[in-house]
Design a protein around this ligand. Structure first.
Ligand SMILES: C[S@@+](CC[C@H](N)C(=O)[O-])C[C@H]1O[C@@H](n2cnc3c(N)ncnc32)[C@H](O)[C@@H]1O
Length: 236
């Protein structure tokens, strides 16, 4: 893989793979034109929680929502929460727009692009929950630098999460689970309240199975790591 493909001149390394696969179906293409503009977040100015949706009791973020089935299901189950979703994969955004339309959701906003740009536009301590579910594993050692879980992303997430806010990370790659635990606990910014193997091996009660999870492409059973943002940073 050519590391320079699709790079912004000084931006972070691309943490995602392909941007498009098969042609978008006409109905989804129509919804992309008609619905997406109203759902899209404007990142040209810093985002303000009040203007996003003043009546939302909570604001959640899903990074790399893929086809959007988890995001849409969570939005339907939690109408009190506004869910922000970021995904650069065109077919994923088109699928998410279809879910939002079919479920008639009014509590989802989308950034069709890199979540790191969305996080940078968010105010401090504005999120109650963040989901990173089955992120691109980049299993080869020379691609590890592309993994989404990097110190700068963790600092940015810690900034936008409220103290006590929760971060859920799931993967079916054993090495990515270890990588993430090491970096998140090493950051001193999060606690990991798990006590027994079932806490990371059994899907959490509020989890909704994702399309990528169903494919079972990894090298282990899914691992669910639920972290809590600390009030103040302490050595890991
Ligand atoms: C392996 S897929 C999993 C999708 C979905 N979460 C699921 O479980 O079905 C990972 C997704 O993360 C997206 N992604 C990777 N880096 C991202 C970033 N920096 N911002 C937003 N999405 C990203 C990719 O485009 C891809 O769709």
């Amino acid at each position: 893989m050519n590391d320079s493909i699709g790079q912004k001149p000084f931006g972070p390394l691309r943490s995602y793979g392909r941007l498009k696969s098969r042609p978008i179906k006409p109905r989804q293409a129509g919804l992309m034109d008609s619905l997406l503009p109203g759902l899209a977040l404007d990142l040209s100015a810093p985002l303000d929680r009040e203007t996003l949706k003043p009546d939302a009791a909570e604001v959640w973020l899903e990074i790399g929502f893929g086809g959007g089935e988890h995001m849409a299901a969570q939005a339907a189950m939690h109408p009190q929460a506004l869910i922000l979703g970021a995904e650069p994969f065109v077919n994923g955004a088109a699928s998410a727009v279809r879910h939002i339309d079919e479920r008639k959701l009014d509590n989802v906003r989308l950034h069709h692009g890199d979540a790191r740009d969305l996080i940078a536009a968010l105010p401090d301590a504005c999120l109650e929950r963040v989901f990173i579910l089955f992120p691109d594993p980049w299993p080869k050692a020379r691609h590890h630098k592309r993994r989404l879980i990097q110190p700068e992303v963790l600092s940015a997430l810690a900034r936008v999460l409220k103290p006590g806010g929760r971060l859920r990370f799931a993967t079916d790659w054993a090495d990515y689970a270890d990588w993430t635990l090491e970096r998140i606990l090493g950051s001193g910014l999060f606690d990991w309240p798990a006590e027994r193997a079932a806490d990371w091996r059994v899907p959490p009660a509020d989890h909704v199975t994702t399309r990528y999870e169903e494919k079972k492409l990894g090298d282990c059973a899914p691992v669910f790591l639920d972290f809590v943002r600390r009030d103040t940073a302490r050595p890991g």
